[in-house]
Design a protein around this ligand. Structure first.
Ligand SMILES: CC(C)(COP(=O)(O)OP(=O)(O)OC[C@H]1O[C@@H](n2cnc3c(N)ncnc32)[C@H](O)[C@@H]1OP(=O)(O)O)[C@@H](O)C(=O)NCCC(=O)NCCS
Length: 189
């Protein structure tokens, strides 16, 4: 597992990497697995897992997550400064076949390129949201609490619900990446 500098871990996460797969966590990211360490609490530790040898789970710079589960059979990318609210669940596989076969004892379905999950830079995913295989969330977008994201959410919008749909666009975009990095550097001096 590749860790950037200054990654902070509160409580004990579960990190489980399949041989040959890759997990990386960008500098300055914060993983909270302890209910006492975050206002809403968490109902489980952060769980980061790759399931197959070629899988890739990439978490960007200065990302925050609490009680989040991320399971990658193929590819999951979390952008820089993304915020994943309490108990968010992200997976790029259904784990079991959908067709009525003896699915209980089969291995997980063979991943397809279309299953890739991408959560953009500066995205904010509300608590207890579920992000399913093939979903993408554009840069800066906000996903309402408890949503189920299955398709493509464009950049710069508020979206919510099951299935998650765009509610409105976000008018103000004050992203100062330099400032974010400066604050992080100051905190580590
Ligand atoms: C989505 C959210 C950011 C509000 O955005 P907003 O643009 O101010 O939206 P509004 O409150 O004006 O609501 C607009 C519509 O979306 C609906 N809506 C808002 N949040 C929703 C949600 N989570 N799920 C489903 N619908 C939602 C509202 O009911 C309203 O519907 P209507 O137009 O039919 O009345 C907020 O409701 C939310 O879910 N925040 C996440 C908080 C959170 O999880 N924090 C994490 C802490 S770890």
């Amino acid at each position: 597992v590749r860790l950037g500098s200054g990654v902070r871990v509160l409580g004990r996460p579960i990190i489980d990497r399949a041989p040959g797969s890759r997990i990386s966590i960008g500098a300055g990211s914060l993983l909270i697995s302890r209910a006492a360490s975050t206002a809403l609490g968490v109902s489980r530790p952060v769980i980061l897992r790759t399931l197959l040898p070629n899988a890739e789970l990439s978490i960007g710079f200065d990302v925050g997550m609490s009680g989040t589960t991320i399971c990658a059979a193929h590819s999951i990318t979390i952008g820089d400064r993304a915020l994943l609210g309490a108990d968010v669940l992200v997976a790029d596989t259904d784990f079991h076949e959908v067709d009525v076969v003896p699915r209980r004892h089969l291995p997980i379905p063979t991943p397809r390129e279309a299953d890739r999950v991408v959560i953009g830079d500066d995205a904010f995913v509300g608590a207890r949201t579920i992000v399913l295989r093939g979903a993408t969330i554009g840069d800066r977008s906000v996903i309402g609490a408890g949503s189920v994201v299955t398709g493509d959410i464009p950049p710069g919008v508020v979206a919510a619900g099951n299935p998650c749909r765009v509610i409105r666009s976000i008018e103000k975009h004050v992203i100062d990446e330099g400032d974010s990095r400066a604050r992080l550097d100051a905190a580590h001096q």
